[in-house]
Design a protein around this ligand. Structure first.
Ligand SMILES: NC(=O)C1=CN([C@@H]2O[C@H](COP(=O)(O)OP(=O)(O)OC[C@H]3O[C@@H](n4cnc5c(N)ncnc54)[C@H](O)[C@@H]3O)[C@@H](O)[C@H]2O)C=CC1
Ligand SMILES: O=C(O)CCC(=O)C(=O)O
Length: 406
């Protein structure tokens, strides 16, 4: 069983934001049609295309809104070729029976390495020195330039990236403090702080590695920045809304903070950022990068392979393992049967109705999992019965989507 009742060469994959060739090749090897665009697209342009699309792939820039999802009549799955999934309306996708897949750690090493690089760059004021040299200014000075050995790094969010960074920072001779809302095992000699305030008060460098959630929006504002040591540094490669930019800019201009490295912004421009303005532009010792924390060949290839593989598994066998918004189930493929995949509203009585239909036929394997909004069932049935079962299950009032694989 490795095909859908829908011909594979009719399955359309739309990839935005320059997704790695490894993913394109994997999809093409399956016989799917792939359109790959190097940039993101605005909502209206996605709406024009989405009607025929079975799989939408994107990175952090593309916003997948409720409006887009309501036009996406054929959409089977969404692939976020990155860690964050905050750019997709996950609840709406779940309601529509569209699983969202991501790559939870393939770029975490790349982000951790970038932060190490930036800690040294800030400490030695390399950004400003380099800009001066490009402008023919030779400023050879050591005032306020420091080694990072013996300094304290405060990590807010000690997940995949934060904890990996902790190990790298200690290897460079730094002490590490961390704060997380969840209990996390301290790696090496790092120390957990009981609250964010004590981390801010005691760190020379503060770096943010939290997801974009209601709780993290505006997490670092005026009070938090004022709590940081005078002459310390702030780094943000998490999400743009986590830091209140005007307060950071004030602290850099006043000299309370000695520098900052920022990779993510509340509003991120498209490739041509001629009209893009951010208060941090022209602040002293401030490194601004265009959301490149995960942008390495190594990370992008690994992400491309991982996410395309998850999507191919879902299309070919219905396996939803690795989805962030969908009941996760996998059932070994049995060659002599047809497979019914049904996504339904998770309402009382719906399972009884589905099982009433299935009970009239020979079912060789069945598995179900539910979430708050939806349930997902896979059933392997006799091949002669699959058409009739599909018809009956699809017509149930709570059915959202039903597919057959054979
Ligand atoms: N700049 C870039 O290119 C990249 C940015 N990212 C961003 O980095 C974020 C973190 O990535 P991972 O480490 O893989 O995520 P993760 O999920 O492994 O870790 C996040 C940690 O933050 C903690 N956390 C959540 N809310 C918190 C709060 N209010 N205060 C303190 N801790 C809190 C969680 O408990 C968790 O331990 C991603 O969600 C993504 O937004 C990820 C990859 C690349
Ligand atoms: O590489 C990208 O476009 C996004 C990286 C990122 O922010 C993530 O993985 O969450």
């Amino acid at each position: 069983m490795d095909t859908t009742s829908f011909p594979k060469d009719k399955i359309k994959i739309l990839l935005l934001e320059n997704i790695h060739i490894a993913a394109i090749k994997q999809f093409e090897e399956q016989g799917f049609q792939v359109e790959s665009i190097s940039s993101s697209l605005p909502e209206d342009k996605i709406i024009e295309k989405i009607k025929d699309v079975h799989v939408l792939g994107l990175r952090s820039k593309t916003k997948v809104t409720e409006k887009i999802l309501s036009e996406a009549k054929r959409l089977l799955a969404i692939g976020c070729f990155c860690i964050g999934t905050d750019q997709v309306d996950l609840i709406e996708a779940e309601k529509k029976g569209v699983p969202v897949f991501n790559s939870p750690f393939c770029n975490s090493r790349s982000v951790a390495e970038l932060i190490i690089c930036e800690i040294i760059t800030l400490s030695r004021k390399l950004g400003d020195r380099s800009t001066e040299m490009h402008n023919k200014i030779w400023r050879k000075e050591s005032a306020n330039c420091h080694e990072i050995r013996g300094k304290t790094l405060g990590i807010i969010g000690y997940g995949h990236i934060g904890s990996q960074l902790s190990v790298l920072a200690e290897a460079m001779g730094m002490s590490v403090l961390y704060y997380d809302i969840a209990r996390r095992l301290p790696l090496g000699n790092s120390k957990m702080c009981p609250d964010m305030k004590s981390l801010l008060e005691n760190s020379n460098f503060v770096t943010l590695h939290v997801p974009d959630t209601k709780e993290t929006v505006g997490l670092i504002g005026e009070e938090e920045i004022n709590t940081m040591k005078k002459g310390s540094y702030l780094l943000n490669a998490s999400r743009g809304k986590v830091v209140q930019i005007p307060h950071l800019a004030n602290a850099l201009r006043s000299g309370h903070l000695a520098g900052a490295a920022v990779d993510v912004y509340p509003e991120e421009p498209s490739a041509n950022c001629k009209d893009w303005e951010c208060e941090l532009q022209k602040c002293p010792n401030t490194i601004l990068t265009p959301h490149i924390g995960g942008s390495t060949e190594e990370a992008q290839e690994a992400i491309g392979l991982e996410v395309s593989d998850l999507i191919i598994q879902f299309i070919n066998s219905g396996a939803s393992a690795g989805s962030v918004n969908f009941p996760e189930i996998t059932l070994p493929v049995s060659p002599s049967t047809h497979r019914i995949l049904n996504i339904h509203n998770n309402k009382p009585g719906v399972l009884r109705d589905i099982n009433n239909i299935l009970s009239e036929f020979n079912v060789s394997a069945q598995v179900l999992s539910t979430r708050k909004q939806i349930g997902y069932i896979i059933a392997d049935v006799d091949s002669e019965a699959s058409k009739e079962i599909k018809k009956k299950i699809s017509s149930l009032p709570n059915s959202i989507k039903t597919r057959v694989l054979y």
